[in-house]
Design a binder for this molecule. Structure first.
Ligand code: AMP
Ligand code: MG
Length: 337
């Protein structure tokens, strides 16, 4: 039996198969994202999508790396958090491959996988993590064997907020990258860009965040005649500034010197720049993994699976049920941070 670890990601919109090799090196994943014709992500429809594409995705992964199934020595999957129907598809595929090949199965925490791929890719030691994705927005730091949540969204994830704002403007999922483009195009045309008349409520609530009010206020600006590009710019400035403020306080409270970005919204160049500026002012550093490892991907699941297996954990089939509401701080961190 081979020494590659397969990782299966299926928490929400994307089904993805990724690999780490026998030396523990991650390799780019084969992924497919559901793109609804209209509306947001429907859990059951996303799960149907994952079932439909699973076989061809897995086959193309093996072809890409010229592997046969027997090169796989362990199977890891996202056990939670996420959408129940989507999680169950990934878990079922993982159990099937594990039992067919008689190799260990390991269910991992999707949020912790975002952290570990970021640490591995950026060479961070003990960072504060700004985890900004579709469904999650958290500021996280390691303490005493757990990744602790120091602050998080009280309502919707920042990515969902961007996607929902975009959807009302007729922009299909995922809206975040289009908002980034429209904001940059509008900004390039301005001599003296100003937030005057484009003000939005601030999303910081103590160490937590809340984005639904920002989104409603941004829609109202459009209804009152503001340009879409201008509102996209303002929306990014306000929402990202709120995240950066909470991240800065977390650095200050913990005394840590590294900031690490993760999650799909961490693909955003403006957010990356704001984090770099803040870190520089604090004589700290800001890091972001390559974009293919910011969005949901099977490689990060394979990497965390490998780490956990190396630390002696496995998931028996009877404990391999999905955990929709699994939290970042429920996973025991048994490996070195
Ligand atoms: P995830 O849930 O981690 O896979 O991330 C998906 C989310 O990332 C979606 O809400 C996307 O709109 C968002 N996203 C992806 N790229 C960007 C970008 N360049 N700027 C802002 N948001 C983005
Ligand atoms: Mg994610």
């Amino acid at each position: 039996m081979g020494g590659w670890t397969l990782g299966i990601e299926s928490t929400a919109h994307t089904l993805s198969f990724g690999l780490v090799d026998s030396d523990g090196n991650p390799h780019p994943a084969c992924s497919d994202t559901v793109r609804p014709d209209k509306g947001g992500i429907h859990p059951r429809e996303a799960a149907d999508h994952h079932k439909e594409v699973a076989h061809s995705l897995f086959t193309s992964l093996l072809e890409t790396y010229q592997l046969s199934p027997t090169d796989i020595g362990a199977v890891s999957f996202s056990q939670g958090p996420g959408l129940g129907p989507c999680l169950r598809v990934g878990a079922a595929i993982a159990r099937g491959i594990s039992s067919r090949l008689s190799v260990p199965l390991i269910g991992v925490n999707h949020c912790v996988a975002h952290i570990e791929i970021g640490r591995q890719q950026c060479g961070c030691n003990d960072p504060v993590l700004l985890y900004v994705s579709g469904g999650n927005t958290q500021v996280i730091a390691h303490l005493d064997g757990k990744y602790r949540v120091l602050g998080e969204t009280l309502d919707i994830g920042i990515g969902n907020m961007l996607d929902k704002f975009a959807r009302v403007q007729g922009i299909p999922f995922p809206g975040g990258p289009v908002i980034e483009k429209l904001a940059a195009e509008w900004l390039a045309l301005q001599d003296n860009p100003s937030l005057n008349g484009l003000e939005l409520p601030f999303a910081v609530r103590g160490m937590d965040l809340a984005f639904s009010g920002v989104m409603t206020a941004a829609q109202r600006l459009i209804e009152n005649g503001a340009e879409l590009g201008a509102v996209c710019w303002s929306l990014q400035e306000h929402a990202f500034a709120a995240c950066v403020e909470v991240a800065e306080r977390a650095l200050s409270h913990t005394g840590k010197k590294e900031l690490l970005l993760g999650g799909g919204v961490a693909c955003n160049s403006r957010l990356r720049t704001m984090c770099e500026q803040m870190a520089e002012e604090r004589e700290s550093t800001s890091h972001a993994p390559p974009r293919m490892y910011c969005i949901d991907n099977g490689t990060m699941i394979a990497l965390l699976g490998r780490i956990e297996l190396d630390n002696g954990r496995q998931t028996p089939y009877e404990e391999s049920g999905v955990e929709q509401y699994l939290r970042t701080d429920q996973t025991q961190v048994t490996w070195a941070v």
